[in-house]
Design a binder for this molecule. Sequence first.
Ligand SMILES: Nc1ncnc2c1ncn2[C@@H]1O[C@H](COP(=O)(O)OP(=O)(O)OP(=O)(O)O)[C@@H](O)[C@H]1O
Ligand SMILES: [Mg+2]
Length: 353
Amino acid sequence: MLTEGDVLNALRSVRDPELGMDIVSMGMIKDLVVKDGEVAFTLELTTPACPFNSQIEQMARSVVEDLPGVRSVSMKVTARVRQGWVGQRMPMEIPGIKNVVAVGSGKGGVGKTTVATNLAIALSETGASVGILDADIYGSSLTRFIRSFRFEVQGKDKILPAEGPLGLKMMSMGLLVPDDTPVIWRGPLVGGAVRQMLTDVEWGELDYLVVDLPPGTGDAPLSLAQTIPITGAIIVTTPQQASLDIAIKALRMFQKLGVEILGIVENMSYYVCPGCGRKEYIFGQGGGARSAEKLDVPLLAEIPLLPQLRENSDNGTPIITTDPTSEAAESFRGLARRVAAALSVVAVRRGAK
Ligand SMILES: Nc1ncnc2c1ncn2[C@@H]1O[C@H](COP(=O)(O)OP(=O)(O)OP(=O)(O)O)[C@@H](O)[C@H]1O
Ligand SMILES: [Mg+2]
């Protein structure tokens, strides 16, 4: 007679390609019922954005169907993002927020904000609940984007984040200071203010909070990395050697502080000739890939250089919403899938249930 143990044993042969662990050990099989050869269970994936989801689903279904004595298989598929900092000693707790993804860079102006915004929207598109925090108080174009949505201060000390496309929750440090005032804050002060943004803003339940960090390796990003619980960081660079060198420096700084590096994003990688469609590698080809290899971290995406991307982010309209079928939008979606998968790996490795 077919038992639940038989079904679980069969399912153990299915591995999540990214995590390298079998789906039973990872706790992805829920509510298993076996009765007279009829099998019912729920497959709980670790993120709605995983590039391998359909592959895992198919494998799980077919290993169970192939078991002798199975008459029918009813499999429900759900996704639950795991908490990314289990068992870590954290400077603070942010209730309700499962993963914090920091977007940093060595140099300023390499496209951090563009990447952070489009990444956040691409993650929302998968059905995950997502927030974005603009922690770059030194003047950021994200503030302009966020300012066009409503945010509210409730009572004395609770702030409701603005709500953007696809339910994206948004908050900017820039909203706290008037547009034309230059902000000269020392690192510890920035850390304190961002900490407040995490605790005093009603984020609600979030699978992912994307944080747009101030650029560089100065004391503002440094103190941020030490005060907020970052699940993983992404480093944005452009292909020029000078930019790569300082990106490597930033990456090493994060690693020294114990921040997990999810990978590198190479922005402005190539230009697509609007006439003939040929890719021109204006700033040199393969720099991001070589640096990623040298540092033994993944290259998460190569984003094209597009006049439209510049116009979009300067107007505060991310390309992924204004031109959703463009090559750039697709590369941001690929980035989101890889980031979500990398975060699942971190969570599972840290023992998330
Ligand atoms: N792939 C791209 N193609 C064309 N323009 C781009 C691209 N990525 C970013 N830009 C433009 O480059 C400028 C800098 O981008 P962005 O503001 O995202 O960088 P940043 O790293 O956040 O800068 P800062 O350090 O000032 O915060 C902006 O005008 C933006 O529109
Ligand atoms: Mg920026």
